[in-house]
Write a protein that binds this ligand. Structure first.
Ligand SMILES: [Fe+2]
Length: 274
């Protein structure tokens, strides 16, 4: 079976290196390996030795043991095991621009009201699921405005006629309606569920996560075993994930924009960025 993580060793060291503004040459010299070997490791054409993994982790401020476990393909998160009395999460995964992307539907079981989280991973499939579950959709929540998470927004707005929410610091995507702005600790109600906004910038200026009960939708802030590309600020990304997501209870399940879901506890144990 293919290793299921969104990012593996090469992506992880590439993101850490670029996030800390280190060149190939600088990183390779500090780690005692050749520049071309480092490039090949980032492109998955050369496997690192255990010593090289630990050395690169030290140079890039990553956790060496956790990085080695991913380099050796020894860890992936446990699949979802039990359901929740208060809510249901439906995952819609589909390729966008050639790469798999996740959108989610959060359903309040008490009222059958629902929110759509991100809109690009097949609006058709999202609408089909809403119909199958016979829910009343009351909100569209956007973790960030990258097109692989927001294409499809006008279509879903027209079909559901519900409010769309996005962080106030985030560039605004193409929209068929008014966008309601959010900030850290705001609450959006989905039926009886109180969904709290958590700032998780760094991948984008106003990236945010949505937390309720034992689930959080985290966009591209954190992936199982990795983080999203630190396009705006590596330090903001690391700090906000550490302070606003990894402080949630260990059994909170994190649903990212790419790759498998994971939990706070598993990320604390296995994510080499933390
Ligand atoms: Fe993104």
């Amino acid at each position: 079976m293919a290793y299921a993580l969104e990012d593996e060793f090469g992506d992880i060291i590439g993101k850490a290196r670029r996030g800390q503004n280190m060149s190939h040459a600088e990183t390779a010299t500090a780690a005692g390996i050749s520049e071309s070997d480092l490039s090949r490791m980032e492109k998955y054409t050369l496997n690192p030795t255990e010593t090289q993994v630990y050395k690169l982790a030290e140079v890039l401020n990553l956790d060496g043991a956790k990085l080695l476990s991913i380099a050796n393909e020894e860890w992936e998160p446990e699949p979802i095991q039990h359901s929740d009395d208060a809510l249901e999460v439906i995952t819609v995964s589909a390729p966008v621009g050639g790469w798999p992307v996740n959108a989610y539907i959060l359903i309040c079981k008490a009222t059958n009201e629902a929110a759509i989280i991100d809109t690009a991973a097949s609006p058709d499939q999202i609408l089909k699921q809403l119909g199958t579950h016979k829910v009343n959709t009351t909100a569209i929540l956007l973790t960030h405005s990258h097109s692989d998470h927001t294409d499809g927004l006008p279509r879903l707005q027209s079909a559901t006629k519900c409010h769309t929410y996005i962080h106030k610091n985030e560039p605004k995507p193409r929209s068929a309606g008014k966008l309601q702005e959010l900030e850290h600790s705001d609450i959006v109600k989905v039926g009886e569920l109180k969904v709290t906004v958590l700032d998780t910038p760094g991948h984008t200026p106003g990236g945010c996560s949505f937390h309720t009960e034992k689930v959080a939708f985290v966009g591209d802030a954190i992936f199982a075993g990795s983080v999203g590309g630190p396009n705006i600020s590596y330090q903001d990304e690391i700090n906000s994930v550490r302070d606003n997501l990894l402080t949630l209870p260990d059994d909170v399940r994190l649903f990212p924009g790419h790759g498998p879901s994971t939990t706070v506890g598993e990320e604390k144990l296995h994510n080499p960025f933390f």
